[in-house]
Ligand binder design. Structure first.
Ligand code: GLU
Length: 534
């Protein structure tokens, strides 16, 4: 039995905003660690300076924090990446660019053991090789077959190698793949995998030009030094797995090497290919947790700014590629932590369904108390509807929130569901006017007005001591219905004309609800104004 404390890491490269697929990888790592009381580490893999994007690291950290995924190591309480080792952060620095001196030594260890060699071929020389191969309809690779005819420490005399190392700085250290060996690997999701080493390139591990390791070397060395027990990452890294196995062997760390799990891709809604930002732009959904503005000023929408609750986002993501094997779909982070298991992570790609994402948010919205929703609604009203004509008290907003939450996916929908409660319509839909402001409607309107005038003050918000909506609205409804039935009028004719006056079109909440929240005075004012205008 493995008694070691479970330690996992999320190791993004700061090359841009974190895709929701990346958030899912972080989430699965987090759940897997936490369910065993283990550690979740955040490490920033920034050794490729060509692809570095300013702001991306902060974006990654902010995104994880928004999702409620707090690393045990890597980031301090304020959300800064840790550079100096401390009791809580014994493996700092967690930014690979700050670990530069560590890697050279390990690259040397591989050279000394015959697992790596120096390569002096210039970019132009390699390019020429590539073109030559292409002309013969072949692909060039630096590997077991070609390395003996290239410019490296395997082919050049020792003194020349020494001279080149001392006098030039454009060389690299490459991994020396063993010839014709089968690497036997194990993946927690995919099971046993084997690969012949003759299919592998001799990858560059370290570059003298910038004195930096490449991803492969830095990643293995850091996973070892940080005592990582499980590597959970995207399937795009599966082709690197044989090299990673061989690196562990080469360093003599095979006994303690982590176990691997490669997660399948998130697929487009039609299931054809990887979910990309372009799909989101085309079909109108975010693929990033937070809004992102790139260097060209192009804006990418974020789940947060689109009004998603982080709990709903996380819940939705957890189920994209994993399911507990039951019908349950709504889980808190704690429940997910308890239930998550790598055995139930699916091998096939998980198709993203934007409608289902909205459904999750709707479920979370409905789970909120009316008081909580009223608070969020108030904030929205203040920021987006500051010139509104009317205000509701906290208690009234709470009741209204309870009424409209069934119709909303997002709290922002609250603004569009009933703007007319807060400001009178400035125009009336022409088609609805023609349809509902008929001679019949005109004839009966005086009696309708009289009936609304007769509604007791305590049944609408006009009266400071008004009754709660649950008691008052049925009274208003009863009063109007009885008027309509007594006179043998059509229900729709009256209700739609009133809706047109209150809302501006024949759509909206129930008439009795609208009258309750408008108050008797405002309801009558809107009717009189419409009658005069139309
Ligand atoms: N830096 C790699 C990435 O961007 C990490 C891959 C891994 O987890 O090993 O995805």
């Amino acid at each position: 039995m493995d008694q070691k404390k479970r330690r996992v890491r999320f190791a993004p490269s700061p090359t841009g905003p974190l895709h929701m697929g990346g958030v899912r990888t972080a989430l699965y790592n987090y759940l897997f660690a936490k369910q065993a009381g283990g550690d979740f580490i955040l490490r920033i893999e920034d050794t490729d300076s060509n692809r570095f994007v300013p702001g991306a690291e902060k974006y990654i950290i902010d995104s994880l924090r928004w999702c409620g995924i707090y690393p045990d190591e890597g980031v301090d309480a304020e959300g800064n990446l840790v550079s100096v080792p401390s009791e809580r952060h014994p493996h700092a620095p967690y930014r690979q660019s700050e670990r530069k001196p560590i890697y050279r030594k390990y690259a040397q260890q591989l050279i000394d053991a015959g697992w790596a060699y120096y390569a002096f071929d210039s970019a132009e020389e390699l390019d020429a090789k590539r073109k030559e191969a292409e002309a013969n309809k072949q692909t060039f690779s630096y590997n077991h077959a070609s390395r003996n005819s290239l410019k490296n420490s395997l082919t050049l005399p020792e003194d020349e190698v020494k001279k080149l190392l001392e006098t030039t700085d454009n060389w690299t250290i490459r991994f020396k793949n063993p010839e014709n060996r089968t690497v036997e690997m194990d993946d927690m999701i995919r099971g046993h995998i084997s690969m012949n080493t003759n299919t592998l390139d001799d990858k560059v591990l370290w570059k003298a030009a910038d004195q930096l390791p490449t991803y492969h070397l830095a990643n293995i060395v850091d996973d070892h030094l940080m005592e990582i027990t499980h590597v959970i990452r995207g399937e795009e890294w599966l082709p690197s797995l044989p090299l990673h196995y061989l690196l562990y062997e080469a360093f003599g760390w095979a006994d303690t090497q982590p176990r691997f799990a490669h997660l399948s891709l998130l697929l487009k809604p039609d299931g054809k290919g990887k979910l990309s930002k372009r799909d989101g732009d085309r079909l109108g959904f975010p693929v990033f947790p937070l809004r992102w503005v790139n260097a060209q000023g192009e804006v990418s929408r974020g789940y947060r700014e689109d009004g998603y609750y982080p709990q709903a986002f996380i819940n939705m993501l957890a189920l994209l590629g994993w399911n507990p094997g039951t019908e349950q779909e709504i889980f808190t982070l704690e429940e997910l932590t308890q239930l998550f298991s790598m055995e139930k992570v699916v091998k096939s790609g998980a198709r993203f369904n934007p409608e289902k994402a909205k459904w999750f948010n709707q479920e979370y919205l409905r789970m909120r108390s009316n008081e909580q929703l009223a608070e969020e609604f108030e904030v929205l009203l203040q920021s987006f509807n500051s010139d509104r004509e009317r205000n509701l008290t906290k208690a009234e907003l709470t009741e209204l929130s309870g009424l409209i939450k069934e119709r909303a996916h997002f709290i922002t929908d609250f603004l569009t569901i009933c703007p007319y409660i807060f400001s009178a319509p400035t125009q009336y839909d022409e088609k609805d006017t023609r349809k509902f402001w008929t001679d019949d409607a005109k004839a009966i309107m005086p009696q309708v007005i009289a009936r609304i005038e007769s509604i007791d003050c305590k049944y609408t918000v006009d009266c400071p001591e008004h009754l709660p909506a649950a008691e008052a609205v049925p009274q208003i409804e009863e009063s109007l219905t009885s008027l309509i039935t007594e006179n043998g009028w059509k229900m729709g004719a009256v209700m739609n004309a009133l809706r047109l006056f209150f809302v501006g079109q024949a759509k909206g909440l129930g008439i009795a609800d609208i009258i309750y929240y408008l108050g008797r005075k405002e309801a009558l004012r809107r009717i009189r104004k419409a009658v005069e205008t139309l």
